[in-house]
Ligand binder design. Structure first.
Ligand SMILES: [Zn+2]
Length: 306
């Protein structure tokens, strides 16, 4: 390999192209970086190769795709990367969409306003996948080695995610609306040929209405606005024919309690438990001090007798 020291930029470049075909990306990247240093004929193309390899080696980073898009936008001619034919303008578009999708996917959304913002952003990105890529396959997925979908199919996944975020944002104020939004997500999964069972379960939970066993108020949205609290509904109680009994779980092992009653009981019992805990700890510390004092006086007595 002594000769490699004298390799020209073009030789390094050609060797890099071969290494990419063998998927030896780390080695190939070194070749392309040295091509750029030496300013070979293919230095501009080598820059694109370096950015493509960076994306392959770090495929979940939005920043890699943004950088790659900017490099590709400065190029006019198509080229090959491994076995994939690259059209710079088209790949740049895919990279920008993907970067935006990753950034939006990583958005921390906790309160309803943030969830709504994230959901709407995802729906907007989905629309662009649909209109700008359509039925074509997504090339960047092939390059970085993730399952290749068409723009339409990818749009459906992103749309489903968007509706799920919107539903999470809506459920505190309006569980019926949240269930409707999830129906849209479910329709996306159906079109993709997926079961969507988790979504369906959540729709059913959000749509369920019961009456609270404690205050008698009606409530909608299981797990959010009312919760099942372990209890024992005796056979005698099961015979009664009121609305509240009708809204008991089929196994009679719990009662439904509205969120205000549930949180009221939980918080008060936490306070009581904490009070007893503190009292017990105080008594233990007092006992420990008494025992310590007894031990000290016994030790002192023993020492005097020696
Ligand atoms: Zn209640």
């Amino acid at each position: 390999m002594v000769l490699s020291v004298f390799k020209s930029g073009d030789e390094l470049f050609n060797q890099g192209v071969d290494l990419v075909k063998r998927k030896e990306y780390v080695k190939a990247k070194k070749n392309f970086e040295r091509t750029i240093e030496k300013g070979g004929r293919e230095a501009a193309l080598a820059r694109a190769y370096v950015d493509l390899i960076d994306a392959c080696l770090d495929k979940n980073s939005a920043g890699r795709y943004t950088k790659l898009a900017a490099t590709l936008e400065r190029m006019n001619d198509g080229f090959e990367f491994g076995l994939t034919e690259i059209e710079p303008v088209r790949l740049a578009l895919e990279c920008k969409l993907l970067a935006e999708r990753i950034e939006t996917g990583n958005m921390q959304a906790k309160n309803p306003a943030q969830l709504e913002e994230k959901g709407n952003k995802l729906l907007d990105i989905a629309r662009r996948y649909q209109s700008m890529i359509g039925n074509d396959a997504i090339t960047i997925s092939e390059i970085v080695g993730v399952p290749v979908n068409t723009g339409i199919k990818e749009a459906l996944y992103i749309q489903a995610q968007g509706y799920e975020n919107l539903a999470s944002g809506a459920v505190m104020a309006d569980p019926k609306r949240a269930a409707e939004l999830l129906q849209n997500a479910y329709a996306c999964y159906k079109q993709l040929g997926e079961g969507g069972q988790t979504t369906l379960n959540t729709i059913n939970a959000y749509s369920r209405s019961v009456k609270c066993w404690i205050c008698g108020r009606p409530s909608t949205g299981e797990g959010v606005h009312f919760l099942a609290m372990p209890s024992d509904i005796s056979p005698f109680m099961r015979k009664s024919d009121d609305d509240i009994l009708k809204s008991a779980p089929a196994d009679y092992n719990s009662i439904y309690v509205c969120r205000p009653c549930y949180t009221g009981i939980s918080r008060r019992s936490d306070e009581i438990a904490k009070m007893y805990h503190e009292r017990a700890m105080q008594e233990m510390r007092a006992m420990e001090a008494r025992l310590q004092a007894q031990i000290s006086s016994m030790t002192a007595m023993a020492a005097m007798r020696r």
